[in-house]
Design a protein around this ligand. Sequence first.
Ligand code: ZN
Ligand code: ZN
Ligand code: ZN
Ligand code: ZN
Ligand code: ZN
Length: 177
Amino acid sequence: MFGGLKDMFGKAKCKIGLHKGAWKYTGEDCQQERECELCGHISQREHHTWNDWNYVSDDNCTQVRECERCRTTENQMQHVWGDEQYVRSNSCDTIQTCLRCGSRRSVTTKHEFTSWQYVDSTSCKQLEVCSRCAQNGTTTRVQHDWGDWQYSDSRATSVRICRHCGEVENFQKQDTL
Ligand SMILES: [Zn+2]
Ligand SMILES: [Zn+2]
Ligand SMILES: [Zn+2]
Ligand SMILES: [Zn+2]
Ligand SMILES: [Zn+2]
């Protein structure tokens, strides 16, 4: 009875193509056949036994591998990419060069947002700017251009004025001083 259940379960698998049994070579080449232990279905496949990939020559990136059994060969390109480098001094497009054959591929756009620019002349809001290609970024900050501290009679404290936007800041006594 248990055997019968197991059979039913196995045959359900057969229905969706999951047959059971060992693959066997049918001849000298790499064709294999499998007869399903449960339903007798015969499946076929090509199954090579590949050696490692090897470069064909030193100045080219074609690799070849050979099947141990039937000597069929297969090719692929396997470049050895170097570090990302900028294409031009005023652009942020980067490329990589293959260390073996000198082939190039473009990679990404890599901005260096290390500069800041005022958004307008009346406020001190600044926007980050790429120092290489001058493209605007998304981060903003407020950066006042403070003048020297001066004593203000009307405020009875020292104040300083931003040279850019005219904002006035009162001197704050710091407890730690
Ligand atoms: Zn089967
Ligand atoms: Zn083969
Ligand atoms: Zn290459
Ligand atoms: Zn840039
Ligand atoms: Zn300001």
